[in-house]
Design a binder for this molecule. Structure first.
Ligand SMILES: Nc1nc2c(c(=O)[nH]1)N[C@@H](CN(C=O)c1ccc(C(=O)N[C@@H](CCC(=O)O)C(=O)O)cc1)CN2
Length: 287
């Protein structure tokens, strides 16, 4: 029997509605959540994301500004810009859009974001909270994938969770979030692929999360019958958006599978905006 298709929109809509209510409550207390996105130079994928941020923030009553800096901005100038945003009490959340121009070391700048305003969860403090099982502002796409898995009702205790991809912003935090729920977590990466072992790990997965950015990397026949498959890949092939999982074959084996587009990616902005509210609350606690 073909898999159940798990779309992201219903859960994302629920999160946005809850966030909209929380924004109203904060405003009644005199707190206005305010998101600032910082873009250095131009990038099409990033523009698509910031357009979505603006549209959704406006719908939820969150103040939004996109600050566009020239591609020639130096690392020192960008750090100063971030520090000014850290010191601006009106700003609740900061997102530094990727990619940055090659002369800027992303981590050097991201780590300067005040952790209470770090709505992407990219600072050591927030990543540390994820690893201690106390996430507060955690990476959006990883949280989106985790919450989609949880929405299926699965008890992760002892389940084989296989994460393919070990990026700081998706693979690693996704692995930690599932580990916190007592999943037995395996992370596959380039070393696993070089050893030719990705298929055997994937074949064990009760829950498979894929975030690599290689179209059709995960073959349908590798998937364990009945598995939950969360595909985070967004790739353009011949003008079509496809994921990292060979969907047509995977859908015949999986129990539940997210589509691309319309699956896990749909959760990212919802979680980002929920994080803006959480950030505003965190700062209010400290005043
Ligand atoms: N600091 C960051 N910069 C950028 C990121 C990021 O996550 N953090 N993402 C990329 C581009 N990208 C993923 O690689 C991305 C592009 C667009 C969206 C987005 O708008 N998602 C929508 C849903 C879209 C859909 O229908 O599937 C949403 O969440 O509502 C997310 C991620 C660029 N730079």
């Amino acid at each position: 029997m073909p898999a159940q298709i798990l779309k992201g929109k219903p859960l994302a809509d629920k999160i946005k509605e809850q966030t909209r209510k929380e924004v109203e409550e904060l405003k009644q207390k005199g707190i206005e959540p305010f998101l600032v996105a910082v873009q250095v130079g131009e990038n099409a994928a990033s523009k698509f994301y910031t357009d979505n941020q603006r549209k959704n923030a406006e719908q939820l009553g969150i103040k939004y500004e996109l600050r566009e800096l020239p591609a020639e901005t130096t690392q020192e100038e960008l750090i100063k810009y971030i520090e000014d945003l850290n010191n601006d009490d009106k700003v609740s959340g900061i997102i530094l859009q990727m990619p940055l121009p090659p002369h800027i070391e992303a981590r050097e700048v991201q780590w300067k974001i005040a952790f209470e305003k770090d709505i992407e969860g990219v600072t050591p403090h927030n990543m540390g909270l994820v690893s201690f099982g106390k996430p507060r502002l955690a990476p959006c796409t990883a949280v989106g994938a985790y919450e989609l898995v949880k929405s299926t009702g699965i008890d992760l205790t002892g389940k084989e969770v296989v994460v393919v991809g070990h990026s700081d912003i998706v693979g690693k935090p996704a692995a930690l979030l599932h580990l916190n729920d007592l999943g037995t977590v395996t992370v596959c990466h380039i070393g696993t692929a070089k050893a030719g072992k990705t298929p055997e790990h994937v074949a064990r997965a009760d829950v498979l999360i894929v975030a690599v950015g290689v179209p059709g990397l995960i073959k349908g026949e590798w998937i364990k019958p009945g598995a939950i498959v969360i595909d985070i890949g967004i790739n353009e092939v011949d003008g079509k958006i496809v994921g990292d999982v060979e969907f047509d074959k995977a859908v015949e084996r999986a129990g539940i599978i997210t589509p691309v587009p319309g699956g896990a990616g749909t959760m990212t902005t919802a979680i980002l905006l929920r994080n803006v509210v959480e950030a505003a609350k965190w700062q209010a606690e400290k005043r």
